[in-house]
Design a protein around this ligand. Structure first.
Ligand code: BGC
Length: 253
C-alpha cells in the first residue's frame, strides 16, 4: 500500500472557501492555498459547486483523503445547526452532497473541531494532557474540547446563555467590531466574562484562542484575568484546513 502522506483540506468560511494539500506528517501545505469567494447565496448546492472546483484544482492531493470543515454542528455527516450561514443547510447530508461533488468520499466536521485537531497534533495543544478548550473568535464563537489528545466533537459553548445573551453575540470578534470596542475594552468586559463562565463550567487545563483575531493576541490576552492558562493558536489561519485533512486521513485507517 502506498503511504497516504498528503491529504486535501477545505475550510468553508463566511467570505471564502479555502483549500490546500497538506503534508500529514508535518502539517505543512505542499502547494499554495486556493481561495474562492463564498457564493453570495451560500446554500448547499452553491457551496458544493465551489468544493468541486477546489478538488479539481488539486487532483494529486487526495491520496490521504479529503476533509471539509463546516461552521455548524455536523453529526454523522449531517449538518444540524447554521448559526451564521444559510439556514437551508440544516438537515442537509453534507457528506453525501460533497462526496458527490468531489467524486470521492469526504469527511466533514465542525470548523472549530478541525482547528483543534490541528492544534493538538502540531500546535499550541500538542502534547498537552488533560482538558484543552479551543475557542475561535470570529463572526461567531466556535469551541472544541480535546481530552488527552482526543476530540469531543460538536461542543457549542459559543452559544452559552450568559447574562441573558447568546455568548457569541457579545464576545465574538464581530461583536467587538459592531460595538466599536477597543481590544482592551473587549477583553476586560466581554471576553473575560465569557471565559470566566466557561472555566467555571469546564475547568480546562488550557484554553487556546484561534480565529483570525488570534494574530493580535498580544492586544487582548494580557487584559484577561483567568485562572486557566490561555494561549494563542499556533497555526493561525491554516488550522482548519490542516485539521480537516488530518481527520479525513484518520477515517481511512
Ligand atoms: C457555530 C459553531 C461554529 C462557530 C464558528 C458558531 O456560531 O454554532 O458551530 O464552530 O460559529 O464558525
Amino acid at each position: 500500500m502506498s503511504h497516504p502522506d498528503t491529504g486535501l483540506g477545505i475550510d468553508i468560511g463566511g467570505s471564502g472557501i479555502k483549500g490546500a494539500p497538506v503534508d500529514l506528517e508535518t502539517g505543512e501545505f505542499t502547494a499554495d492555498r486556493l481561495r474562492l469567494p463564498t457564493p453570495e447565496h451560500s446554500g448547499p448546492a452553491e457551496v458544493a459547486f465551489v468544493i468541486g472546483e477546489i478538488v479539481a484544482h488539486f487532483p494529486e492531493a487526495l491520496e490521504g483523503g479529503l476533509g471539509i470543515t463546516f461552521p455548524g454542528v455536523v453529526q454523522q455527516g449531517v449538518v444540524r445547526t447554521a448559526a451564521n450561514v444559510d439556514k437551508a443547510w440544516i438537515g442537509t447530508d453534507a457528506q453525501a452532497l460533497f462526496s458527490e461533488a468531489a467524486g470521492r468520499p469526504v469527511r466533514i466536521l465542525n470548523d472549530a473541531d478541525a482547528a483543534a485537531v490541528a492544534e493538538a497534533r502540531f500546535g499550541a495543544a500538542k502534547g498537552v494532557s488533560g482538558v484543552v478548550l479551543l475557542t475561535t473568535l470570529g463572526t461567531g464563537i466556535g469551541t472544541a474540547l480535546v481530552v488527552d489528545g482526543r476530540l469531543v466533537p460538536n461542543t457549542e459553548f459559543g452559544h452559552l446563555q450568559i447574562d441573558g445573551h447568546d455568548a457569541e453575540s457579545q464576545a465574538s470578534s464581530a461583536a467587538r467590531q459592531r460595538d466599536d470596542l477597543s481590544y482592551e475594552e473587549w477583553a476586560r468586559s466581554r471576553l473575560n466574562r465569557y471565559y470566566q463562565v466557561v472555566e467555571e463550567l469546564l475547568w480546562p487545563d488550557l484554553i487556546v484562542v484561534g480565529g483570525g483575531v488570534s494574530r493580535k493576541s498580544e492586544r487582548f490576552l494580557p487584559h484577561l484575568d483567568l485562572r486557566t492558562p490561555i494561549v494563542p493558536a499556533a497555526l493561525l489561519n491554516t488550522a482548519g484546513i490542516v485539521g480537516a485533512a488530518l481527520s479525513a486521513a484518520e477515517l481511512k485507517h
